[in-house]
Design a protein around this ligand. Structure first.
Ligand code: UDX
Length: 438
């Protein structure tokens, strides 16, 4: 990076005055981690109750390590919370970390983003660098710069839920998308404390790389989900096939575990937005469209597998059958139900007349998912059940007393949609076991 340094306000500590707009899992994680790195951070959010809670150190999302970093920042006076954009008037760098959910026709809904730009307009100091961390369509960062009359930099985040603090402090890469050398340098220094390759790219490249990365992860999972179906019909074992694949460093072992389909607040949104962007650019991104279709097919496949396991035939009726679900969150290690495949599958099973109970160690007491009766004891999931469906890979499900669950169940059948359990142990416990691709 160029050695010109601009915008340092606090002597030569290299510490910046940082503003963060949005206190969600990206904004709050970014604010707390940047304070931890020595910067002085002010995080603003429109949600007053959330701001008040954060001022008291009460962190509303479950991210390992985040409450401790928020407490540290508050204690050391390097992290503060507010609801007025005016609080960012003296910032050297302002990060936009507002949600960009899926809009009505599949593209990104920039409502919150544009409201943030309006709130910041005329507020920020001349020379302040605006950093777009929200996942936004190509061209949005430059538009933000024009609206604010300031240098705008695309700096996408690659934080996984449940690992956000780790991923922020140990990134695989830092991407800085801008043609403005000074702004690039300032963002580079913002992350000076981190040990990671820094890619300085054009703005559009950084914006597109975020969608491309997430969509590729979705593609990889859809690939392995369809491969699992082929394994079942070929007498192959998906775990053996993916272990073989994963040892090729060009493929890698991660994201080769079959499941009920990929979900969460990012992959579904980002695949839809990328398909929309490709369509608008006249590019037929068929391989991605197929990956999205394969994800919907995976929901169908799981429902059929449950119907076969419970009624004995693919066309059997689930009407009135009690089914127990283990896991509702979109993946283990989070309390997030957003676009969880488990909820899609639960709705499908309920639509066929099944009566559902569900246990999930991450689902907060406040969760009221439709179609299921949430219970706080896995034994209640098995009681009188015609079948148990494991949908989220919580490790503690391996440690359940499956022999006891077999006693409680009316029909000890389990469909393990994460291949989490050991088939031999389940059979020994008295269950008829079905996995994916096994
Ligand atoms: C994702 C990206 O990983 C992250 O880089 C980006 O910043 C935000 O979106 P996240 O949404 O937390 O993170 O979920 P992720 O861990 O990627 O899992 C996505 C979905 O794929 C989950 O439903 C998960 O269960 C599923 N999955 C993942 C599989 O089914 N099999 C796998 O092998 C891996």
């Amino acid at each position: 990076m160029p050695d010109t340094v601009s915008g340092k306000r606090d002597g030569d500590t290299g510490a910046y005055r940082v503003g963060v707009v949005g206190a969600g899992y990206v904004g709050l994680t970014s604010a707390a981690c940047l304070a931890h790195l020595g910067h002085r951070v002010t995080c603003v959010d429109v949600d007053e109750p959330k701001v008040q809670a954060l001022r008291g150190g009460d962190v509303p999302i479950s991210e390992p390590g985040l409450p401790e970093l928020v407490a540290e920042g508050l204690r050391e006076g390097r992290l503060s919370f507010g609801s007025e954009h005016a609080a960012l008037a003296s910032a050297d760098v302002v990060l936009l970390c507002v949600p960009t959910p899926t809009g009505p026709d599949g593209d990104a809904d920039l409502g919150a983003f544009d409201r943030a730009l309006t709130g910041l307009h005329g507020t920020l100091a001349p020379g302040c660098a605006v950093v777009i961390k929200s996942t936004v369509p190509v061209g949005t960062t430059e538009r933000a710069g024009r609206v604010l009359g300031l240098p705008a930099v695309s700096n996408p985040e690659f934080l996984r839920e449940g690992h956000a603090v780790h991923d922020f402090l140990h990134p695989d890469r830092i991407v800085i998308g801008t043609a403005d050398g000074d702004a690039a340098d300032r963002v580079w220094r913002l992350y000076a404390g981190l040990d990671a390759p820094v890619l300085h790219t054009a703005t559009a490249s950084a914006e597109l790389a975020k969608y491309a990365s997430n969509a590729f992860l979705a593609l990889k999972v859809s690939y392995v989900n369809v491969l699992a179906e082929l394994c079942e019909r070929s007498g192959a074992d998906i775990a053996e096939v993916t272990a073989t694949m994963g040892l090729d460093e060009r493929i890698g072992p991660a994201f080769l575990s079959p499941g009920p389909g990929w979900g969460g607040s990012c992959l579904p949104k980002d695949t839809r937005a990328l398909l929309r962007a490709a369509d608008e650019a006249g590019v037929d991104f068929a391989v991605l469209a197929d990956a999205v279709a394969a994800n919907t097919h995976q929901h169908d496949r799981v429902v059929t597998k449950v119907r076969e396991a419970v009624t004995g035939s693919a066309g059997g009726s689930l009407a009135g059958m009690r089914l127990g679900l283990l896991g509702l969150t979109f993946k283990a290690g989070t309390d997030d139900l957003r676009e969880s495949p488990a909820l899609v599958i639960a709705a499908r099973l309920a639509a066929e007349g099944a009566v559902l109970t569900a246990y999930d160690p991450g689902a907060r007491g406040t969760a009221r998912p439709e179609h299921v009766q949430l219970v706080d004891d896995p034994g209640l999931v098995a009681k009188d059940a015609a079948g148990i469906v494991l949908l989220t890979e919580w490790p503690q499900f391996r440690e359940l007393d499956w022999a006891q669950l077999a006693e409680l169940a009316e029909q000890p059948t389990v469909v393990d949609c994460r291949n989490l359990l050991d088939p031999a142990s389940l059979t020994e416990a008295g269950f008829t076991y079905r996995g994916l691709g096994r």
